[in-house]
Design a protein around this ligand. Sequence first.
Ligand code: NAD
Length: 376
Amino acid sequence: MSQDTLNIALLGHRFMGRAHSNAWLQSTHFFDPKLKPVLKVACGRDEADLQAFADRWGWEEIETDWKKVIARDDIDVIDIALPTFMHAEVTIAAAEAGKHIFCEKPFANTLEESEAMLAAAKKAGVVHYVNHNYRRCPAVFLAKQMIDEGALGEIYHWRGAYQQSWLVNKDHPIDWKLKRKLAAAGPLWDLGSHAIDLAHFIVGSDFKNLTCQSKNFVTQRPLAESPEQIADVEVECAALMMGEFKNGALASIETTRYATGRRNRHTFEIYGSKGSLSWDMEDMNRLKYFNQDDPEKAVGWRDILATERCHDYVKNWWPPGHIIGYEHTFVHAVVDFIDAVADGTSLFPDFSDGAKITRVLEAALESAESGARVNL
Ligand SMILES: NC(=O)c1ccc[n+]([C@@H]2O[C@H](COP(=O)([O-])OP(=O)(O)OC[C@H]3O[C@@H](n4cnc5c(N)ncnc54)[C@H](O)[C@@H]3O)[C@@H](O)[C@H]2O)c1
């Protein structure tokens, strides 16, 4: 790291690779991070695709061997946009090489992996971050702030749901996300990790216990690598989790890839003694608020558009009412990450949050399999 630059290596160049490239680039267009990110090297498996990707986004070099990327002395940050089953090996190698780590979610496939990743990052003294980017929606930050300020009083209920519909198509092939060894589980892991992170963040308490029930609606599909071959789907299609937080609030979390018509509906509802909040990712600038103390004649849900200059991150974008979107949450994350590296501070959610979420996910999986309640 030179005095004012930060050299980034991106591993993975598809969905998240694009989101991260955009974020590193936009960070200096709209914010003033304390270091300037340099898009040094992009890594993936398909060389021709990778080169086209690097040319489009301005990555200086490409590399197909991630180990060579980590071995380079001129790289400061390893940005992991790889399938989850690779996170542990890559993260531990990056930490051992003294690199700061920006890692996609779900953090890991097992608690054991999570703990080894956390230990390696702590030992290396590097900045370690897990990209639960939904935390960095201004409306979500506002929800957290209002709860911390006591606007909801005692929290009674957390009702979270992360619903997608891409598996309603029965021809959708089996890729890494439908293989248990590679993905650990289905939507419970992939979507549930985000939903649990928001619950931990906003409610501010950990799970005391939980139960989970899962279901497989479609048990066989063609294989992505050889579509003429039909194989078993190895992960659940949907999971319903319920439990209690240590602060006494009750929680339910629904995750599914079979919610026909729901494309990426990530929602929460929080009900408290003094008021309630609700949020939906598909309308992410809006936070709905019910105040129990409103006068009877004006009772009702308030619609707060979190695009005022006082809302976190917003003043760097557009004037009030000029909404922001999905990609902005990634920009917010990289700006905070760069500043954490510059200042030598932590950035949340970090690997200890990642490990905590993995513990809840493992408990949910255990409950779905045994039918029993699990104490955490
Ligand atoms: N934060 C979010 O909202 C969000 C959204 C989608 C995915 N994700 C997470 O991001 C990660 C990546 O998901 P994705 O959807 O971008 O996956 P993807 O399958 O679209 O892309 C995976 C990338 O990894 C590369 N790759 C695979 N094996 C490799 C190897 N051995 N060496 C080098 N490169 C290799 C592939 O070439 C590809 O570029 C996953 O952990 C996923 O859960 C997060």
